[in-house]
Design a protein around this ligand. Sequence first.
Ligand code: NAG
Length: 181
Amino acid sequence: MKLSTLLHLLPFALASTPPSPGLSYFGQATISVSAPFPIGPGPFGNRNIFPIAGGTFTGPLFNATIPAFGGDWGLGDPNLGNFYIDARYQLHTTNGADIYVEANGPQQPDGVLHTRVRFEAGTDKGYGWLNGIVSVGIVTPALGEEGEVAGIEIELWRLESPVVEGKGEGKGKETAGGDRW
Ligand SMILES: *[C@@H]1O[C@H](CO)[C@@H](O)[C@H](O)[C@H]1NC(C)=O
């Protein structure tokens, strides 16, 4: 290729969109909550604390129960009028590992709740790789008989590296089995 052609193509190359990262399905959490503690409007917004009453996590890599300890210290944002998740809870895997979960995130203008989920696992039971993943979730409230929030469902996704042409698959997949971390 002539240099002049190359220079002509350069601005296009610089302006093009970078390769998209992927999202792989990570699992689904089904959580029931008991009646909230309505703290009410305060300095940070309208806080409603929902205690977690229990739940399950089912995923392609592991399954777990969610013990009745933890909650969502959710906040109604006084400026935007939306709800903001602020949850902490645990997963107890079928092979006995306890994993700490922190999740937070804003309700979108279309009403859907988006969350960022951070896992904290000990490295002694084969789940240390959870410390190294970046995960997001879509949260759907489950309503009870009187229209109250009785629980939530979270579909969880894990960020995968972009596939760069000529370099094969992103590195993220190698960590899925749990050996690398
Ligand atoms: C998780 O549970 C589901 C449903 O019981 C089962 O089909 C699946 O094989 C389990 N997954 C793992 C990784 O054990």
